[in-house]
Design a protein around this ligand. Structure first.
Ligand code: IPE
Ligand code: IPE
Ligand code: MG
Length: 258
């Protein structure tokens, strides 16, 4: 007989919940939203900020623990110089304007990704907003900026390699459990619900490791149009999924009924 495993308590907990603890969103479609209106692409990004505010407030009031939004990927530097510059300016202005509001709403802001490549002024704004909100106990709002899932995993692997090099760890001790604490979202539960707006059905190098067991929701709605009703649709869809984590449907129903 091969090895038989007990069902971890954490799996049971995830199966029973109908509200996601952590939602991760690829906010896509800003450019197309603007183009459809005959506007320059950056107007779409600006409109997208309004949608962010709405989703953050809705998640906070529902008691979602964490929300991660993909704002800028490590591949987005390849876009035209002006678009990248305008995006950086938008991040700086938005963080400056919204930090106090987030703080008032008891939201804890965090930025993940390689921030070394950002302009100094943006790095400062990020640090200020993180410091201001660090002690808050409500929603953890994570912005993925200059983020790449492969970067995250490679970075964590490097940390482990350093420990092996220092003789603290043997190579055979490199396991998923030991790698996880070195990922950028180590202190948050893995996302339960992944949403991508804008019609594409791909991960685009977002949270590759963390999305292992997320439910994947794709919608044609462009990000600036993603409002409270759209989020409710996604949450409703999520609540009707049967999450199995490798178990059988019968096992899952037994856990839910217990
Ligand atoms: C997503 O919208 C925002 C960022 C990548 C910064 P896009 O700018 O990718 O919009 P589309 O996909 O071109 O419509
Ligand atoms: C993913 O959107 C990144 C963000 C939303 C920040 P993209 O628009 O860059 O993704 P691709 O290029 O269509 O895969
Ligand atoms: Mg896009």
């Amino acid at each position: 007989m091969s090895k038989h495993e007990e069902i971890p308590a954490a799996v049971g907990d995830r199966i029973r919940r109908s509200l996601p603890r952590h939602i991760a969103i690829i906010m896509d479609g800003n450019g197309r939203w603007a183009q459809a209106r005959g506007l320059p692409r950056h107007r779409g990004h600006k409109a997208g900020v309004e949608a962010v505010r709405g989703v953050v407030e809705q998640c906070a009031s529902k008691g979602v623990e964490a929300l991660t939004l993909f704002a800028f990927s490590s591949e987005n530097w390849r876009r035209p110089r002006t678009e990248v510059r305008l995006l950086m300016e938008l991040f700086i202005a938005t963080l400056g304007r919204e930090a106090r509001r987030l703080h008032r709403n008891n939201v804890r802001l965090r930025v993940i990704g390689d921030r070394d490549a950002f302009p100094a002024r943006l790095r400062e704004r990020i640090r200020d907003a993180e410091d201001l909100t660090a002690g808050n106990s409500g929603l953890t709002f994570v912005i993925a900026g200059n983020y790449g899932g492969r970067w995250d995993i490679a970075h964590a692997a490097r940390r482990l390699a350093e420990r092996v090099e220092a003789g603290e760890l043997a190579a055979r001790d490199v396991t998923p459990e030991r790698l996880r604490p070195h990922l950028s979202s180590h202190d948050l539960p893995d996302p339960d619900l992944f949403i991508r707006t804008g019609g594409e059905q791909r991960i685009s190098n977002f949270l590759l490791w963390q999305l292992a067991y997320a439910e994947l929701y794709f919608t044609e709605v462009l990000w600036p149009d993603f409002d409270a009703r759209e989020l409710e649709h996604a949450l409703d869809w999520f609540s009707r999924r049967q999450r199995r984590f490798g178990l059988t449907g019968q096992q899952v129903e037994a856990i839910k009924g217990a």
